[in-house]
Structure formats: C-alpha cells, structure tokens
Design a protein around this ligand. Structure first.
Ligand SMILES: [Zn+2]
Length: 253
C-alpha cells in the first residue's frame, strides 16, 4: 500500500533533532512521497535543500496568510524568479485565514491573488490554506481561468467542497477527521467523491485524536486513513490507491 502525505511541513524546526527517524517511520507506514509547502521567502532555501537530498520529498514555494505582515511585494517577484531555477510541484501554501487576530483581509487577498496569478502563469497547481474563508476562496479562485490545486485540511461545508471540486480542486483531509466532534467534516469526508480527495498530516501541526497535544508526524497519516475507512464504503487499499493516484496527478509526481 502506497500513501502520499499531500501536506507536511517537514522543514520546520520541530523535526530538526530526529528528521531521519521521522522519515524512516513514514516509509514503514507506507508513505511513498511527501509534499512540503513553503510559508515564507525565508524558508524556501531550507525546503529546497531538504527536498534536493531526498527523492521522496517534493517542494512547493509560497507565502502563507498567517505571515502576511512579514511578506512584501518584493517576495512576489522573488517567488516568480525562484521558480525559474528551483523545481516546484505547486505554489503554496497561500490562501485566506479569517480567524480573529489574523492579518487584515485586504492584505491577505493581495498576496493570495498574486500567487494565483503566478500559478496560472507557470501552469502550476496551488496549495490553499482556508480557515473561515471558504466563500472568499471560492470567489477568488473563480476569477482565474484554468486554476487547479488542493484545499489543505479542508474545513468548509459539503456544498462548498462540491463547488471547489467543480473548479478543479482536490479536498485534502487530515487529522481533524479523527475527532468525534468534527461532525461536519466527517460527514463531508464520507460523501465527497474519492476521485477528488487527498490525504495529509499538516505535521508538525494538527495531530489526530490519538496524539492530542503531541507533535504530529507523517506516519500518523494511517489514523486519517483508518478514520476514512470507518466513514466510507471503500476498503483501506482502495482509499490509499485512489488518493495516491490523485496526488500524483495533481502534482505530477
Ligand atoms: Zn500547512
């Protein structure tokens, strides 16, 4: 059984002391490939270095909405240039986060749209972070023709998921699905077509219910898979096989 972790911040400091052990456990768990998203211009060189030395890792470069106050317009130019000489399977992560305390919406939208433009120009998919902002994400991506990508750690409604799928997006499911209280997400994940689903951990963040308050890691993706087996009609092998095929098709890996 081959699994792809479609979203994991393996470059983060949280893995500095035991990254190779984390990767061994990932391989033992059946993880064939991991997509590592960028969050700011500062971390792109680190991601590039990491992904260049391990063929299981695939880099993305982008500007995360959390860090909007840190980004500058210069970073947008740097991103365009960076892609000329650094292999990237997608642009991201980028997107919108409308939780309290997050940067102003207009600024977030500015960087989000700029990255959607780059993705369109370079014909790359986008990795989208969307929290309490799914309506605006749908409206914003609708303005771009032939855009495609994934919405990571999906938290919108079932209806919005169908709209995103229609627009060319995959819905990525992570550890949140293992929590009984995540009723809306569990219902969505049981009903959306498997052909539009990806699996992810978002490690070191968003641990599953078995690892609450612990560092998350790619090997724990099997708990996401098990939760999906409970919710859906397909077997574990069928879910792994289809989501892996989906990730390969999206990222051309
Ligand atoms: Zn992330």
């Amino acid at each position: 059984m081959e699994i792809i972790d479609a979203h994991c911040h393996l470059d983060f400091e949280a893995f500095d002391t035991d990254r190779s052990a984390v990767m061994s456990r990932a391989s033992e768990a059946g993880i064939e490939k991991i997509v590592v998203p960028g969050v700011s211009a500062e971390n792109w060189p680190r991601i590039h270095a990491l992904c260049s030395q391990d063929s299981r890792l695939h880099a993305c470069y982008g500007l995360h909405p959390y860090l909007t106050e840190k980004h500058s317009d210069q970073d947008i130019d740097t991103l365009s240039n960076w892609l000329d000489s650094h292999e990237s399977v997608a642009i991201g992560e980028c997107g919108l986060d409308y939780r309290k305390g997050q940067p102003p919406k207009q600024k977030q939208l500015h960087f989000f749209e700029a990255q959607l433009r780059i993705a369109t120009d370079c014909d790359l998919p986008v990795v989208i972070h969307s929290v309490k902002a799914t309506e605006d994400v749908i409206q914003t991506v609708s303005k771009f023709n032939s855009i495609r990508g994934m919405v990571h750690s999906y938290s919108g409604s079932y209806e919005q998921a169908l709209q995103l799928i229609d627009l060319g997006f995959y819905i990525s499911i992570g550890g949140q699905i293992t929590y009984d209280k995540a009723r809306k997400l569990r219902a969505t994940a049981s009903d959306i077509p498997l052909q539009s689903m990806l699996l992810e951990t978002d490690a070191p963040d968003q641990p599953d219910a078995e690892h609450v308050n612990q560092r998350n890691e790619p090997a724990y993706i099997v708990n996401v898979l098990d939760a999906l087996v409970d919710l859906r009609d397909e077997t574990k092998e069928e879910i792994a096989e289809q989501t892996t095929a989906n990730a390969k098709a999206l990222f051309k890996i």
